[in-house]
Design a protein around this ligand. Structure first.
Ligand SMILES: [Zn+2]
Length: 79
């Protein structure tokens, strides 16, 4: 069922390749949105507590290679 452009299936920056490995920086808003839906629908927490839980869960998401590099190495590493 692939009707993507040639090579697009392997493009790590293409949105269709990212759904299983969201980056907690690059995809923060999308993650928050998804978490909010899950948490709000499955709990009776008040809004403040939901925000806290979302932040906690967000911290558990991995970083993409680009962000991991910036997180753990100097910004002026131009390799
Ligand atoms: Zn990232």
């Amino acid at each position: 069922m692939s009707n993507l452009p040639l090579g697009a299936e392997n493009d790590p920056y293409a949105p269709w390749n990212q759904k299983d490995k969201l980056c907690r920086y690059c995809d923060k808003e999308e993650i928050q949105e998804q978490l909010f839906k899950i948490i709000a629908l499955n709990s009776t927490l008040d809004d403040d507590r939901i925000d806290e839980v979302i932040e906690e869960e967000l911290d558990k998401f991995p970083l993409c290679p680009q962000c991991a590099k910036e997180e753990y190495y100097d910004y002026d590493d131009e390799d």
